[in-house]
Write a protein that binds this ligand. Structure first.
Ligand SMILES: Nc1ncnc2c1ncn2[C@@H]1O[C@H](COP(=O)(O)OP(=O)(O)OP(=O)(O)O)[C@@H](O)[C@H]1O
Ligand SMILES: [Mg+2]
Length: 226
């Protein structure tokens, strides 16, 4: 499977925007891009849901069900959203769903949910039946990881923790992407970028603020191996 898995330092840090920019770049270079998001929550909040923005950026015609098999109204962690809906997220359905999405294109862009250690299922806490985390799905899909992170204060620690967790899972960090990157970065943002690259021994890209309505206006965001 060729593609990337976009995680982030947490929720609302720019995963969808980064995944969309990578998808758009790959599509603009002639690839058939498929997108996948294991679970979407917060549909009650309105606005364009992640699966719709990803589809639009990729120029894909995948149905909602194929992009995001689990979709929930409340803005809560996916395991809790599933519980409130009276169901449990099934890792086998996620693996099969990602495989089916991948078969719809020649490049698969996956967006995680929240940060890298967010649970999709809890298993039974205190017993040997382990939960299934975003980390476990990423490991099962074996795609290189892109980490979306903010550019400002606090990002060094959050990003380096995520880099360590990804590598501890045996996965490759293809890049960190700081988003949105200010038009006129100050000492703080420039220093954050250099510090993460140096201490994390990782490539760090910067994504400027995009007009989300106009993918044709977005700058390219290339990832090695795509
Ligand atoms: N480069 C950018 N250009 C424009 N908007 C951005 C950019 N980066 C982040 N944002 C904005 O920051 C907010 C969070 O971004 P986004 O929805 O991509 O986060 P997320 O990590 O996918 O969140 P979630 O955990 O809910 O999936 C959004 O309002 C988004 O429009
Ligand atoms: Mg998102």
């Amino acid at each position: 499977m060729s593609g990337v898995f976009v995680t982030g330092t947490g929720t609302e840090v720019g995963k969808t925007v980064v995944a969309a920019a990578i998808a758009r770049t790959a599509a603009a270079s002639g690839r058939r891009v498929a997108v996948f998001k294991p679970a979407v929550s917060g549909l009650d909040e309105g606005g364009e849901p992640d699966h719709a923005l990803l589809r639009r950026a990729a120029g894909s015609s995948q149905p909602d069900e194929e992009i995001a098999p689990y979709r929930y109204g409340p803005a809560v962690s996916p395991h809790l959203a599933a519980e409130l809906a009276g169901e449990t997220i099934d890792p086998r359905r996620l693996r099969a769903g990602a495989g089916a999405a991948a078969a719809a294109g020649d490049t698969l862009i996956v967006e995680g949910v929240g940060g890298f250690l967010v649970p999709l299922t809890l298993g039974s806490i205190g017993s040997r039946a382990a939960g299934y985390l975003i980390r476990d799905l990423a490991r099962d899909l074996a795609l290189p990881i892109v980490i979306a992170a903010s550019a400002g204060l606090g990002t060094i620690n959050h990003t380096l923790l995520t880099v360590e967790a990804v590598r501890a899972a045996g996965l490759e960090v293809a890049a960190v992407v700081l988003t949105p990157w200010p038009d006129e970065p100050g000492e703080l943002e420039r220093s954050n970028r250099e510090t993460i690259a140096g201490l994390g021994e990782v490539r760090v890209d910067a994504l400027p603020s995009l007009h989300l309505d106009e993918p044709a206006s977005w700058p390219a965001l290339e990832v090695d191996g795509l």
